[in-house]
Design a protein around this ligand. Structure first.
Ligand code: PAF
Length: 252
């Protein structure tokens, strides 16, 4: 696996494979089986695969959350080598944000609700970095998990609105055996807390009406940011012992 840290170096490499299809998985590291399932799919569907790891400061609406974001670069690199990824792109914040974030891309309707309402600025930071990465990588396909469903919708909307020539591929949420959606944030929960957190998926996936579902979540000790039905999905963001969890399920 070729590790690329300089933007210029990546641009030189990118010019070389005009005839190959390129798949891209943007990540913030702390990789788990969910990310690796995107890698596996990208490997099946493309000649070359590039993964980026960049903990994007502009999408954290709380500094502490950014500062405590886990850094597991050595382990991540090993996992990507084992999955036969071709390129690992590790851009530096100073290069990616040479404009000091004075140029941003924001969306004004879809991003105002749910996650956007609870995490001001999050989607502007996310869209800005995804646009920069898509422009740099120039992949044929980029892979996003459905766990961050609103993010996926926003990226698709941006790509369409700005005529970005990369296909956005939506991938199913990967879950632990107990149903808990895999997330880098799960590392902040003990095994017992992870077991308890699985109630979120169980309830979202149940036939309960939304009010009963919310009441049961509260009874189980979750704090609720939102539980809503939208886009033929049930989407929720909750807190368990100070850790924020999001998940969504298709409405059956
Ligand atoms: O989903 C994520 O991990 C991040 O939001 C992304 C897409 C890598 C942008 O920083």
């Amino acid at each position: 696996m070729n590790i690329v840290t300089q933007i210029k170096a990546w641009q030189t490499i990118r010019k070389q494979f005009n005839t190959h299809s390129l798949g891209f998985i943007p990540t913030m590291g702390c990789l788990h089986e969910g990310h690796l399932s995107l890698v596996d799919r990208a490997k099946r569907e493309n000649d070359r695969v590039v993964v980026s790891i960049f903990v994007n400061p502009t999408q954290f609406n709380q500094e502490q959350d950014f500062l405590s974001y886990p850094n597991t670069l050595e382990q991540d690199t090993q996992l990507l080598i084992e999955r036969h990824v071709d390129y690992l792109f590790l851009p530096q914040a100073s290069e990616l944000y040479s404009d000091h974030y004075s140029i941003k891309i924001s969306e004004e309707t879809l991003s105002a609700e749910l996650e956007g309402a609870h995490r001001p600025g999050h989607f502007t930071g996310m869209l800005t970095v995804v646009l920069k990465l898509l422009n740099l990588i120039q992949a044929h396909r980029a892979y996003f998990g459905e766990k961050d469903y609103q993010q996926l919708l926003l990226v698709k909307k941006m790509v369409e609105a700005l005529f970005i020539p990369t296909d956005i591929m939506a991938c199913d949420t990967c879950r632990a055996k107990n149903g808990l959606a895999l997330s880098s944030r799960n590392t902040r929960l003990s095994p017992e807390q992870q077991q308890h957190a699985a109630h979120l998926f169980r309830l979202l996936n149940s036939e309960l009406d939304i009010n009963t579902l919310q009441a049961q979540l509260l009874e189980l000790g979750f704090k609720i940011d939102y539980v809503e039905e939208k886009w033929q999905r049930r989407l929720a963001a909750v807190w368990l012992d100070g850790v924020r969890l999001i998940d969504n399920t298709k409405i059956r």
